[in-house]
Design a protein around this ligand. Sequence first.
Ligand code: SF4
Ligand code: SF4
Ligand code: SF4
Length: 274
Amino acid sequence: MTTRLKLAVWKFASCDGCQLQILDCEDELLVLAEVVDIAYFKEATRHEDPGPYDLSLVEGSITTAHDAERIRQVRAQSRILVTIGACATSGGIQALKNFDDVAVYKSIVYATPAYVSSLATSTPIADHVTVDYAIPGCPIDKTMLLRFLSALLAGRKPDIPTHTACVACKHSGVACLMVRGIPCMGPVTRAGCDALCPKFARGCFGCFGPSETANVDALIAQWREMGVDEATIMRAFHTFQAWAPPFRQVGDVVKSQTSPSRGASQGQGRQGHD
Ligand code: SF4
Ligand code: SF4
Ligand code: SF4
């Protein structure tokens, strides 16, 4: 026996990719519509019902004073608030600005920086309001989202993985890339994507963020032994989930080891990692 959920989906600083994962459910959306009332979802429909809402899915990070206020309003009208994706759960790729002077980024990105009103940092939703659950990924995995929603609807505790991508990788029968000399962040990355990249012989680059007991130091030591250079190590941790501890501490090393011309070197680094 299930209860209909009144659902709201909110966007803060983000690329919309996690909301698109909801829309990408396609076939499942018809089933969902029977058990969920989509009351507010601007990416999908102009129709909106006022709160309160049973469930709010929140995409994006807090990067403006207005958003810092808006998330409090969202929290006030949500019984359950769930962050979806790296932006909402750890500040996202835009949290790279947290390691530097935001004025540097504004001057590089915008033709007229004076018109841009932005906080100095990009911070996760949990830094501002109480978050009930966090669904990781950049973007989130739609199967994980659907499992999460069915657990809520059935009154079960949602099972969001906290173990590493390596566990899922081994279950899939993939031969470990690391023993073939390919750097992989699987040992410190949270499961949830079913080891998507290793299945295609590509090292994981940590888009699901740190696992519960991520031993970053051990992985870095192993990568160094494999001959991975320092810049590559730093870029690997200093991208999608740069502000999520303990990846954040590796980012701090980047800051301490780079020169005042860092703005330029960061740009080169991101291109190299893509
Ligand atoms: S987590 Fe990734 S896919 Fe989701 S909104 Fe942020 S940048 Fe986009
Ligand atoms: S390929 Fe990566 S994710 Fe898979 S077992 Fe090896 S280190 Fe772990
Ligand atoms: S293997 Fe790693 S980088 Fe690839 S999708 Fe999964 S978590 Fe993201």
